[in-house]
Design a protein around this ligand. Structure first.
Ligand code: NDP
Length: 255
């Protein structure tokens, strides 16, 4: 059984992984044997996360860059090539939230959210997949979607459009790259306790809404996404492609 999920000898790049869901996934994949590359825009935060993982005995290295900056991403992959680092698993996790009624939303804010939450997955995914295809060993791409990959909420239009796009980008990746033994799937987390949701958690009305609407009657925790990520990163999912797995306590299944 364990060989199915073993990630020893694989290298995983997890974008946006110095805290929250990304950090939990980096630690979860490292615990299954993967060497992990952690990323954020802040060098100091990357160094800290790498040190934390290494202190636990895991193989980790850092990559500080903005995932929506194509030139920076290309340069980073060229550096990884020079260093002999081969990314077998990519988790496109970096993301931001921005709340504003759509009629007041400025184009620059729409663009920033789309660039960070959707275009980055194309930019990083393309660089990773080019190399996976050239090496001929296949690979795994996991794009982090959301409940908003399926259903909308007011005041988060660019986030919702980006996360809907993430679901279909994964399918576009599967359509083109399945023939190269690359599996590209999405995970759609429910409401998870991270910094991104701090304002919502601290809003008693919203907190009560989450706890009453979700059939699990609670928020999710970042580490509850690890099992699905390990499955989609491992050979256990070698014939699973273009899917989105919601890890939401059952929320999207009920009225
Ligand atoms: P956090 O805000 O806790 O963490 C976001 C991470 O992304 C940080 O490490 C941040 O680092 C990094 N990041 C943001 N922008 C960039 C960028 N341009 N380039 C590189 N790194 C970046 O968020 P969560 O852990 O909550 O969310 C992670 C993912 O999960 C996101 O895609 C989010 O949309 C998704 N998600 C979250 C849910 C939740 O309830 N929390 C629910 C559904 C989906 P830094 O700021 O240092 O760059």
């Amino acid at each position: 059984m364990s060989a199915l999920f073993d990630l020893s000898g694989r290298t995983a790049l997890i974008t946006g992984s110095v805290r929250g869901i990304g950090y939990a996934l980096a630690e979860g994949l490292a615990a299954e044997g993967a060497t992990v590359i952690v990323n954020s825009r802040q060098q100091a935060a990357v160094d800290e996360a790498v040190a934390k993982l290494q202190a636990k005995g895991y193989q980790a290295r850092g990559l500080a860059l903005d995932v929506s900056d194509e030139a920076a991403v290309i340069a980073a992959f060229e550096q990884l090539d020079q260093d002999g680092v081969e990314v077998d698993i990519l988790i496109n996790n970096a993301g931001i939230q921005f709340r504003k009624p759509m009629v007041e939303l400025e184009l620059k804010d729409w663009q920033r959210v789309i660039d960070t939450n959707l275009t980055s997955a194309f930019i990083v995914g393309k660089e990773a997949a080019k190399r996976m295809i050239a090496r001929g060993r296949g690979g795994k791409i996991i794009n982090i979607g959301s409940l908003t990959s399926e259903a909308a909420r007011p005041t988060i239009a660019p986030y919702t459009a980006a996360k809907g796009g993430i679901k279909m980008l994964s399918r576009a990746m599967a359509a083109e790259w399945a023939q190269f033994n690359i599996q590209a799937n999405s995970i759609g987390p429910g409401y998870i306790l991270t910094d991104m949701n701090e304002a919502l958690v601290n809003n008693p009305e919203f907190d009560a809404w989450v706890k009453s609407s979700n059939p699990a009657k609670r928020w999710g925790r970042p580490e509850e996404l690890i099992g699905t990520a390990v499955y989609l990163a491992s050979s256990a999912s070698n014939y699973v492609n273009g899917q989105i797995v919601y890890v939401d306590g059952g929320w999207l299944s009920v009225l």
